[in-house]
Design a protein around this ligand. Structure first.
Ligand code: 13P
Length: 246
């Protein structure tokens, strides 16, 4: 079986004070021992959070560059994360794509380099509202997945996050049926284009306005293996989302 996975993407939020509150509810939990829990932390707090986070929670960066070092002002490399004991990175988030103009190609290069360096990757995909309304959801998520598939050698250390852009930060959560449909289609695509083992073992998680109120129903769907949580990951509700299968 695929281990249930819940990531909290803090985005560009958190002071040391606020982080203290988050760490407190993570410690109090209790967190489902059958769930893998990761928090995605702003770069400047990565080592701080690593030093105070409970042992049942892992730490992730929210971005890395596609090479190990060099003249790339402002960037951080996968090697630097590993050097600081950070095991995970979120790549291809819709905000990286749409606010910072990252292309499928760049994201795929970043994912490939991060994996080759030894990081684990939460790779994000998802269609915009106008793409869904134009009936292009599958075309878009297949294209985004293929860009990554073409550049990586193994999916072993990847979690694929399906995050429809229209559901992110909008309160318009995909229904369990809408999310399940895309997750199932992605597994079909993986089966046809990679192999059946990857299709069966890759965790595909859902993101977009996940809350304590809707997580349980989403978590019942057979191809939804967990969540990537934005706003609610800053609040004690995150514990209930981690425990959605309890
Ligand atoms: P919200 O949960 O705030 O909608 O954000 C989702 C997200 O982008 C997680 O990466």
């Amino acid at each position: 079986g695929r281990k249930f996975f819940v990531g909290g993407n803090w985005k560009m939020n958190g002071t040391k004070n606020e982080i203290g509150d988050i760490i407190a509810f993570l410690k109090t939990g209790p967190l489902d021992p059958n769930a893998e829990v990761v928090v995605g932390v702003p770069a400047i707090y990565l080592t701080y959070v690593t030093s105070i986070v409970p042992g049942n929670v892992s730490v992730s960066a929210q971005n890395t560059y596609k090479v190990a070092k060099g003249a790339f002002t402002g960037e951080i490399s996968p090697a630097m994360l590993l050097d600081n004991g950070i095991p995970w990175v979120i790549l291809g988030h819709s905000e990286r794509r749409n606010v910072f103009g990252e292309t499928d190609e760049l994201i795929a290069e970043k994912v490939a380099h991060a994996l080759e360096t030894g990081l684990k990757v939460i790779a994000c995909i998802g269609e915009k509202l106008e793409e869904r309304e134009a009936g292009k959801t599958e075309e878009v998520v297949y294209r985004q997945t293929k860009a990554i598939a073409d550049k990586i050698k193994s999916w072993d250390n990847v979690v694929l996050a399906y995050e429809p852009v229209w559901a992110i930060g909008t309160g318009k959560t995909a229904t369990p049926q809408q999310a399940q449909e895309v997750h199932e289609k992605l597994r079909e695509w993986l089966s046809k284009n990679i192999n059946s083992n990857v299709a069966q073992t890759l965790r595909i998680i859902y993101g977009g306005s996940v809350t304590a109120a809707n997580a349980k129903d989403l978590a019942k769907e057979k191809d939804i293996d967990g969540f990537l949580v934005g706003g609610a990951s800053l609040k004690p509700d995150f514990v209930q989302i981690v425990n959605a299968r309890c």
